[in-house]
Design a protein around this ligand. Sequence first.
Ligand code: NCD
Ligand code: ZN
Length: 345
Amino acid sequence: MTDSHTIRRPDDWHVHLRDGAMLQGVVGHTARQFARAIVMPNLTPPVTDVASAIAYRERILAAVPEGMDFTPLMTAYLTDNSDPAELVRGHAEGVFTAAKLYPAGATTNSDSGVTDVANIRAALEAMAEAGMPLCVHGEVTSADVDIFDREAVFIDRILAPLIRELPELKVIFEHLTSEEGVQFVESAGPNVAATITPQHLHINRNAMLVGGMRPHAYCLPVAKREKHRLALRKTATSGSAKFFLGTDSAPHAREAKESACGCAGIFNAPFALESYLAVFEEEDALDKFEGFASRHGPAFYGLPVNEETVTLERAECTVPDSIDVGAAELIPFHAGETLRWRFAG
Ligand code: NCD
Ligand code: ZN
C-alpha cells in the first residue's frame, strides 16, 4: 500500500468562481490544487464578449492569493444573439478558451442562455472552423420532461443531431451524470469528451432525499439513480482519454441553499483532489488518476500538460462542517466527513 500519490499538477476543466467578495473568498481554494481552470461565464450579467472576459480575468488574477500560481481559462456565454466574429476573435486573441452553451432556464444564471440551438448555428459553425471548443450544459428544459431524464433527452433531441451535422466541432459534455451520457460519449467520435464532478462519483439521488431534504447535495444536473453513478465511476477510472476532471464547484451562501427554493450547486473546491482520489482508490485505479486529472483535459483542449507535480498523502483529512469565505458561509461537499487522502501541495 503506497503512502503517497504524486501526479502532474491537475487542472479543473469546469469551475464557478463567481465575482466580487465571493470570488475573493473562493478562488484560493481552486488555485491551491489546480494550475488552470475553465471558468464558467454565468455571472450576472453573463460574460458574453471579449472585453468583459478580459476584465473578469483581471479580477480573478487580482483575487488569487499571494504565492499561488493559477491561470484562469475564460469562456464565452452563448446567447441567441452571440456574434460569431466576436467569439472567433476572442479565441484567436487567447481570451476565450471555449464557449459555453446553457439552454435557457437550465440552471443558475441561465436566463440569457440559448432558447434554440438553431439560433447559434452560425456561431457553432464559426467555432468548428476556428477549432474553438464548445462546453455544453446537456439538459433540456421542457416542462414535460422529468428532471431525472433531462440529460438523456438532451442527447436525443439536441446533441446527437448537432454532432452529426457538425462533426468537426469539439464538444465537451459538461458534468456528465447518466449512463446514457456515458454511452453517448464513449461511442461518439474523437471530438466529443466529457467532464465528471466528484459529487456524481460519490452520491446518488438518495443523498438528496433520504431522511429529509438535503439541499447541500443538490446540484444540476441532479444526481441520479445508483446505476448512473456506477457507470460514471467505471468510465472515469477506465483510463479513457475522453473523460476528465471538472469539479463544477458552485458556491452558494448557506442560506441561499437552505431555503424554500434552494440554489443548485455544490462547493467542492477545497477538497476536490482528496474526493476524486478516494474514488480512484476504491475502484482500484490509482494508476489512472493522473490521466483523468492532469493529462486528458489538456490533450483534448490542445494545451500543454503542467510541468509541476502535486502530492496527496495517505492521512486522515477531516472536512469542516462549514467554511467561512468572508462573503458567505459555505457548506463544502463531504462536510463533516473524514477522507483518506490529504493534499500535501
Ligand atoms: C451551477 C451554478 O451554481 O452556477 N450550479 C450547479 O448546480 N452546477 C451552474 C451549473 O453548472 O449548472
Ligand atoms: Zn457548472
